[in-house]
Design a protein around this ligand. Sequence first.
Ligand SMILES: Cc1cc2nc3c(=O)[nH]c(=O)nc-3n(C[C@H](O)[C@H](O)[C@H](O)COP(=O)(O)OP(=O)(O)OC[C@H]3O[C@@H](n4cnc5c(N)ncnc54)[C@H](O)[C@@H]3O)c2cc1C
Length: 394
Amino acid sequence: MNMPFHVIIVGASLAGCHLAKCLAQQGYLVALVERRADPDAYKVMCSHLLHPNVVHTLQDYHLYDSLVEQGGQATYLDIQVRGRHLFYPFNRQARMANIERRLLDPAVRHKAIEQPGVSFFPGAKVQELVYDAHQRVTGVEIQTQNAQTLTLHAPLTVGADGKGSAVAALAHLKMRTLENGRAAYFAYYEASQTATASQIWVIDKGRSYVGVFPNGPKVLVSCYLPKAHPAAAKGADIERHFDQMMATTLREQALGPRIGNVIAARQTSSQYRPKHRPGLTLVGDAYLSADPLTGVGCSWALRSAELLATSLGNINPGTQPSHLSTQQIDCALQQYRSRHAMHLWAPAYALAFVSTHGRLLTHPLLVKPASWLASKVAHRPLAAWVPAYLPHDT
Ligand SMILES: Cc1cc2nc3c(=O)[nH]c(=O)nc-3n(C[C@H](O)[C@H](O)[C@H](O)COP(=O)(O)OP(=O)(O)OC[C@H]3O[C@@H](n4cnc5c(N)ncnc54)[C@H](O)[C@@H]3O)c2cc1C
C-alpha cells in the first residue's frame, strides 16, 4: 500500500511525538507508527525528573500548568557528596519538574496526533525496512493492530523507538556502550511532608546513589547500585533489600508507606549509535541515551527532535512526497548530525565520564571547589556552557 508521507517516524513517545508535531507544523506529512495500541500508554521505566528545557517545551505546548495540577511539581536538584551540596540549576530556583510519565506521555502524544498532517498508526509494529536499488531506506513494512501487513513509503524514515531500537537493529546500526556496571531501582512512597528539592546522595565512594524526588502527594525514591551488590544480584529479593536500604539510608526523610512494586532496570550504561543510513536517521534514546542517573533522557529526546526538525526546516516539503529531493534530505541529515554533535556530544561525554568515574569525582579536591562554585557563581554566565540543559530563555 502506497501512502503519501514525507517522513515516517517509528515510536510515539517523547522524541517521536515532538518531532512529528514540529515537522507537521512545517508542512511535512508524517506517519507516526507506535507498537502500543493505547494512545495513553506510557514509559514505566523512568524516574521522570525533567530538566528546564522540557519544562519550557511543556509550557510552549500549554501543558505544564495542567500537568502540575494533576500531581507534577516544580523542583531543583540538591546533590550531596561527602556532606557538601551541589545545586542544579545553580541559582536553586525550582525550574526543573517531577512529572510522572503516566501523565506526561499521553499529554504530549495527544498534541502530536491531533496536529493536522500527522497520521497515527497505533498498535503497529515495524517488521522490515524497505530499500531501493541503491540501498537507500525508502519506507517500512508494519504489522497493524489487526495483523495486516502494510508498507509505508517515504523519502525519510526516523527511528524514535528508544534504546532497544528495532529500526536500528533492522538497519544493522552498531551500538556503542560505555559500561557503568550499575543497575537502577525505584519505587513510590507516600509523602509525609511537602518538599521542593529533589535530593541525590552520592554514597559508597561514588559507586552508589540514592535519590528522593517529591511528586505532589507521592515521593519517588531511586537507587543506583553496582551490579556486584547483593541487592542487585540475579534472583535477589529486591523488594526486601530496597525497603531495608531505604529505612537505613533515608532515616531522616520520614517517608510514608511504599506504593506499588520496586521497578528495576539492569542496563543503565550510556549508549549511542554513531552511524546512520541514507534515508534513515535516529532521534532520542535510539540515537544517544545517557545513564538515567543523570536524568537527561527526556531532555535529550526533545532536543534531538528539535535539532532534526530545524535541519529539515530549510526544505519546502511541497504537497507531493515523491517530489522531495533526496539530495536535500541527505544534506539536512548531515546538518542534523553536526548539530547533534555540537549540542549533545560534549555533555554526553561529560556525563558518561560522571557515570563511569564516580569514585574519582567524589574526591574532596574536586567536591570542595564544585560545591563552592555551586553556591557562589551566578548562573547566567554558566548557562552558555551547558546549553543542553537550560531553557531557551536564559
Ligand atoms: C530507570 C530509568 C530512569 C530514568 N529516569 C529519567 C529521568 O529521571 N529523567 C529523564 O529525563 N529521563 C530519564 N530516563 C530516560 C528516559 O526515560 C528516556 O531517555 C526517554 O524516555 C527517551 O525517550 P524516547 O522518545 O527517545 O524513547 P522511549 O521513551 O523509550 O520511547 C520509544 C517508543 O517507541 C515505541 N517502539 C519501540 N519499538 C517499536 C517498534 N518496533 N515499532 C513501533 N514502535 C516502537 C515504544 O513503544 C515507545 O513508545 C530514565 C530511564 C530509565 C531506564
